[in-house]
Design a protein around this ligand. Structure first.
Ligand SMILES: Cc1cc2nc3c(=O)[nH]c(=O)nc-3n(C[C@H](O)[C@H](O)[C@H](O)COP(=O)(O)O)c2cc1C
Length: 369
């Protein structure tokens, strides 16, 4: 299905005018500017309606229920773009079906020293070393309390990036502080155990520690579904160990995947700052899909799978769905292709589902490529 002329014009403008200009500026400053523009657009009904008219694509075939939550479409903003929950009231107009906010930590966190975000344009990837910069659970929850979101807001919880949370008990309390603060806000929770850039690494990939963390989350008895976000760098044995632990807890979904730090595996020899930060986009696509497909084969619908990593087109999103994802998310595709890509992915996805005789997203989940 061909995009309408307005979408093609925005795409051409982004590719030939906006992106060349934006890509000359510091990536973090551009990210901050986009957030500022988004906040302005979110601030009035008129600007929201205009944004919606230009960007959003709606189609009933895209509506889907996952883990008891209703999504108008399966395309979400991945964690890390709206770190401080400032864009929740414009993202549905840009076309998203949901957004994962944060990652949010128990305490406010400055993140790692700058620079901490680099582009890899020839690879359509980003090198990310933010280190969980965010305003902290209390401030973000206060910002969101009482708002009426037009789409589910996922709360991505992580442990504060500091020496104090190196102690497992302190780290677990930190995750739980996020859950407690966001009780009335979350559409779902994601427990992010795969930040590649935080003090102390990723301790909760250790099965015994993950078991303790999830027991503490279970004890919160939240009514919203809980997902766990994994690193694409886990080997098969580590993935199986994680799955075994998840089986003993109230976890309903798995987010595959976060950024990769295994530069060698994905063939990166030219990182701008070698070894620093995780890599997104085209670079992570294959490894994320490998994990997604494996998780589907192992679990066959027991968990909702959320496919993330290297989605640039409707075909990319559709492939993840056919590999087992009930929902998909992206950031890097939007940075490289422009904000109209969300509507383009949804429009293309609807066409691909119909082409193959599916009546819903759910029917296509896990059918194979
Ligand atoms: C700038 C940036 C910041 C990110 N920050 C987080 C984060 O705070 N928490 C998290 O779970 N994932 C974070 N991620 C990872 C993304 O959520 C996603 O898993 C990854 O980028 C792969 O998707 P993509 O290729 O569509 O970008 C971040 C990614 C980017 C590009």
């Amino acid at each position: 299905m061909r995009d309408p002329i307005s979408t093609r014009l925005i795409e051409a403008f982004y590719r030939s005018a906006a992106k060349p200009l934006l890509f000359r500026a510091d990536p973090e400053r551009v990210h901050d500017r986009f957030t500022a523009v988004g906040r302005v657009l979110a601030s009035t009904g008129l600007t929201r309606r205009l944004t919606r008219a230009l960007f959003r694509y709606d189609d009933p075939i895209l509506a889907t229920d996952v883990a008891g939550v209703h999504f108008e479409n399966p395309v979400g903003l991945a964690a890390g773009f709206d770190k401080n929950a400032q864009l929740w009231n414009i993202l549905p107009d840009v076309g998203f079906g949901f957004a994962e906010l944060g990652s949010i930590t128990g305490k406010p966190c400055e993140g790692n020293p700058k620079p901490r975000l680099w582009r890899m344009p020839e690879r359509e990837a980003l090198q990310v070393y933010y280190g969980l910069k965010n305003d902290g659970a209390e401030a973000i929850a206060a910002r969101l309390r009482g708002v009426r979101s037009r789409m589910p807001l996922g709360i991505s919880a992580a442990k504060t990036n500091s020496a104090e949370t190196s102690d497992p008990d302190a780290a677990i309390s930190d995750y739980c502080a996020v859950i407690d603060a966001c009780r009335d806000i979350a559409g779902y929770y994601t427990i992010n155990i795969s930040c590649p850039n935080a003090f102390g690494g990723q301790p909760f990939t250790d099965p015994a520690l993950l078991d303790r963390l999830l027991a503490a989350v279970d004890a919160r008895a939240v009514r919203q579904p809980v997902f766990v976000k994994l690193s694409p760098d886990l080997d098969d044995t580590q993935q199986d160990a994680v799955l075994e632990v998840l089986g003993g807890h109230r976890v309903q979904g798995i987010v595959c995947t976060n950024l990769t730090k295994d530069y060698r595996r994905v063939g990166i020899e030219d990182a701008q700052v070698p070894g620093r930060g995780g890599i997104s986009g085209r670079v992570v696509q294959q490894v994320a899909e490998r994990q997604l497909a494996r998780m589907w084969q192992r679990t066959q619908g027991k968990y909702a799978l959320i496919g993330v990593g290297g989605i640039f087109t409707a075909e990319d999103a559709y492939r993840k769905i056919r590999l087992g994802a009930s929902l998909v998310q992206l950031i890097t595709g939007m940075v490289y292709r422009g904000p109209q890509v969300i509507g383009q992915i949804n429009r293309g996805l609807a066409a691909l589902l119909r082409r193959d005789g599916f009546k819903s997203v759910a029917e296509a989940v896990g059918v194979g490529t």
